[in-house]
Ligand binder design. Structure first.
Ligand SMILES: [Zn+2]
Length: 120
């Protein structure tokens, strides 16, 4: 996997504490645009935080950060499809974290798909 610290040209790292040269107004506007783009992607179909990160050239942590904001601003419209174990099909229901679980509690498999997010 590529180093997440490498150049990501589209979005400044506004929420990571690096706002050099960017006014707070501009920062908020860029962040808003990014979330609108993210919302648009999620309306088109379910995506995982990792897929969103790849599409928007964010680190997985940044993608999760923005997903949390979307979760708050689109309270009843953000649907979460639980993560699923690729080996035994175990579903991680009721899990609140946005990233993929590390391992399946049932069969100890480490290949876990999802969770997937979608906006209605
Ligand atoms: Zn399993």
């Amino acid at each position: 996997m590529a180093d997440p610290g490498e150049a990501r040209p589209l979005w400044p790292r506004l929420e990571a504490g690096c706002t050099a040269g960017v006014s707070s107004f501009t920062g908020a506007a860029v962040s808003q645009t990014l979330r609108q783009t993210m919302a648009q992607l999620l309306r088109e179909g379910p995506l995982t935080a990792r897929e969103l990160a790849e599409l928007l050239l964010l680190t997985p942590q940044e993608a999760e950060h923005h997903l949390r904001h979307l979760e708050r601003s689109h309270k009843h419209r953000l649907r979460v499809e639980p993560a699923r174990c690729r080996a035994c099909g175990y579903r991680f229901r009721g899990r609140r974290r946005l990233d993929a679980p590390g391992r399946c509690p049932r069969c100890k498999e480490q290949r876990i798909d999802g969770p997937w997010f979608r906006l209605e």
